[in-house]
Design a protein around this ligand. Structure first.
Ligand SMILES: Nc1nc2c(ncn2[C@@H]2O[C@H](COP(=O)(O)OP(=O)(O)OP(=O)(O)O)[C@@H](O)[C@H]2O)c(=O)[nH]1
Ligand SMILES: [Mg+2]
Length: 266
């Protein structure tokens, strides 16, 4: 099966120079790489244009309008041409070999394969050993990267405790952001939100429709080049936290109303 891969970018020059050649070498199903950029000023455009001159599978989309990870992904889904569509961060957080494992899971019969940090064999940034102690140690390890341990700890708490309590059982990586799915399915779901919270609405909607969703364990890697676009100040974490909680509440409501019998119009 052929794959259209979306890479959302905001100042990821150094990462793309490594990531795109590695993807092309590692994932034979890759029919196209769509780079959806939001006003990068670090030379990201030049790097992608150079790569696309030598490799027509690489396409650059320069977005206009307010920067938004969710809007960039939505635009990429609509532009994708292959039977499968997928996306991953462009900051080398996800390994190309793991993308190949997601593609294999869909080829084996799933409608969607989600990369999961929270199933056996997966890991959060900096994690070297399984279990609670392994995750605590990860918070220390991540301090040698461009990622903040506070962000990693919040993401862990969200996925392991807060979102399961609000939404109930489902996939284990509620905010994964690493997925391969059938394009017809992707096109039919509207992504909602601004940043990572869109993912909650995506997988809950897939499950509500009865799609076969599988989780594939992977170890996320800490950022080594470029700056994180997620929160750096405490107030930002608060703002983003509210968005995640609203997305969870919306998903919960939709699943409840979706299962309720329709009111009779007679
Ligand atoms: N097009 C576009 N891409 C974005 C935007 N914000 C972030 N990205 C990209 O989305 C991916 C994820 O962004 P990161 O800054 O790594 O944020 P994150 O992975 O959610 O969280 P951390 O890695 O924990 O900071 C990266 O490839 C970014 O370049 C945006 O507004 N527009
Ligand atoms: Mg990242």
């Amino acid at each position: 099966m052929k794959l259209s891969l979306i890479l959302p970018t905001l100042n990821e020059r150094d990462n793309l120079e490594v990531l795109i050649p590695e993807l092309l070498l590692t994932v034979p199903q890759l029919a196209e790489i769509l780079v959806l950029d939001d006003g990068s000023t670090d030379g990201t455009h030049e790097v992608v244009r150079d790569l696309s001159a030598a490799e027509p599978r690489v396409r650059l989309f320069v977005r206009s309008g307010p920067p938004s990870l969710t809007a960039a992904l939505q635009e990429g889904i609509l532009a994708a041409k292959s039977e499968l569509v997928g996306w991953m961060d462009a900051d080398l957080a996800m390994a190309p070999a793991d993308l190949a494992r997601l593609v294999a899971a869909v080829e084996a019969g799933a409608d969607a394969a989600i990369g999961s940090r929270f199933v056996m064999g997966g890991g959060i940034k900096g994690q070297e050993a399984e279990g609670f102690r392994g995750r605590m140690k990860a918070l220390k390890n991540v301090q040698n990267s461009e990622d903040s341990w506070v962000g990693v700890a919040l993401s862990w708490a969200l996925n392991a405790a807060i979102l399961p309590a609000l939404i109930g059982d489902g996939v284990h990586d509620y905010t994964s952001g690493f997925v391969v799915l059938r394009r017809d399915l992707a096109v039919s779901v509207r992504l909602q939100g601004d940043h990572g919270e869109y993912f909650i609405g995506l997988w809950t909607e897939l499950e509500r429709r009865g799609a076969k969703v599988v989780e594939v364990a992977y170890q996320i890697r800490a950022r080594q080049h470029g700056k994180s676009k997620t929160a750096s100040a405490l107030s930002d974490y608060g703002r983003r936290g509210v968005r995640y909680l609203s997305a969870a509440a919306r998903a919960r409501l939709q699943s409840l109303t979706g299962r309720a019998p329709r009111a009779s119009t007679r």
